[in-house]
Design a protein around this ligand. Structure first.
Ligand code: NAD
Length: 317
């Protein structure tokens, strides 16, 4: 295990990987610091019922490396890191678990700064904040920048408009069919912006409650969660989990553009070439989903919400 982890760290270029085991709370987590070259390694915490430790390690290594790229291309004085908790967010979340995680974050003395990611919300990071100051995305009432997902969704929306301009000659999304995979924090907000801009929105999610909630708010067409790749659309917007652009799905795609908020959409780097061969324009995930990182960076840099929004809108360029 150790040798294998170290050799993976060497191949991905990681500085440090911390395995966390807290007996009392049952916390099992991994914190990965990819780079601190440009600043402290900032990246959210994800909670997921990973089928194995190996799957959790694979995810956190890829996610943290992506954060290094995201901070660098967004010109933020930050490095890249990420953390995962192995567990079922519907059953295993509790105060002790997040307190224990907070102590681990604190033990790194600011080399790693945590925030929200999949299945982690402002309430959870506020608990972590009681044990460490190295947390962003905390409640606005506590002086934090709040939930980053509205800014992530705004950046993805601007990125989608830029791809439409490139492929169709106009950035208006009127009449364009956009399929969103995953209508959680980012995907649902994106659906609102797309519909306001005149797009036809199709949605797919494994959580049918989320689909039902969105259907009450917006006129969306529902696509079965196993048909997202084969359903014809103009723009496919992955907003769920990573590695969904792969040997199986790319040949099936019936779209001109892939542009979404999910991290690590390409299973392997060479899948970008496969998309190109199929004449599908791909907006790199770490470029267009940087809005949330730009937003939480406010807590460190001190720039205003207006400056933040301008920078996120600048993702278009
Ligand atoms: P979320 O947990 O709120 O939503 C994710 C949604 O995807 C859920 O509704 C879930 O049911 C769905 N999903 C999971 N697997 C699926 C599958 N196989 N098919 C269809 N739906 C599936 O998470 P989020 O905060 O909206 O983040 C979504 C993605 O965007 C993640 O990859 C995350 O890393 C990335 N991201 C989020 C932010 C942010 O600000 N929240 C910032 C940058 C990147």
């Amino acid at each position: 295990m150790t040798t294998d982890t170290l050799s993976k760290m060497v191949s991905y270029g990681h500085e440090q990987v911390v395995f966390c085991n807290d007996k009392e709370s049952g916390l099992r987590a991994i914190i990965a610091i990819h780079s601190t070259l440009l600043g402290p390694a900032l990246g959210g915490l994800r909670m997921w019922p990973y089928p194995s430790e190996e799957a959790a390690l694979y995810d956190v290594l890829r996610l943290s490396r992506g954060m290094t790229y995201k901070a660098a291309i967004s010109d933020l004085a930050l490095g890249g890191g990420k953390a995962v908790i192995i567990g079922d967010p519907k059953k295993d979340k509790n105060k002790k678990l997040f307190e224990a995680f907070g102590r681990y974050v604190d033990s790194l003395g600011g080399r790693y700064i945590t925030a929200e990611d999949v299945n982690i919300d402002v309430h959870d990071v506020d608990i972590i904040r009681t044990k460490s100051k190295h947390v962003v995305g905390t409640d606005r009432n506590l002086g934090g920048s709040g939930d980053p997902s509205p800014f992530t969704a705004l950046g993805v929306f601007m990125g989608i408009k830029a791809t439409a301009k490139n492929v169709y000659g106009s950035d208006s999304l009127k009449g364009r069919r956009v399929l969103i995979q995953g209508v959680g924090s980012v995907g649902a907000k994106l659906a609102h912006s797309l519909i306001s801009d005149g797009a036809e929105v199709l949605v797919s999610d494994i959580d049918l409650d989320r689909i039902e909630r969105l259907k009450k708010e917006l006129p969306v067409e529902v696509v079965s969660h196993d048909k997202y790749a084969s359903t014809p659309c103009d723009i496919f917007s992955p907003c769920a989990l990573g590695a969904i652009l792969n040997d199986q799905t790319i040949p099936e795609l019936k779209c001109r553009v892939v542009a979404g908020g999910a991290n690590n959409q390409l299973e392997r780097p060479e899948h970008a070439k496969l998309l190109k061969q199929r004449d599908i324009l791909y907006a790199p995930d770490y470029v267009i989903n940087a809005g949330g990182l730009i937003s939480v960076f406010r807590e460190i840099s001190g720039y205003s919400q207006i400056e933040c929004e301008q920078k996120v809108r600048g993702i278009y360029n």
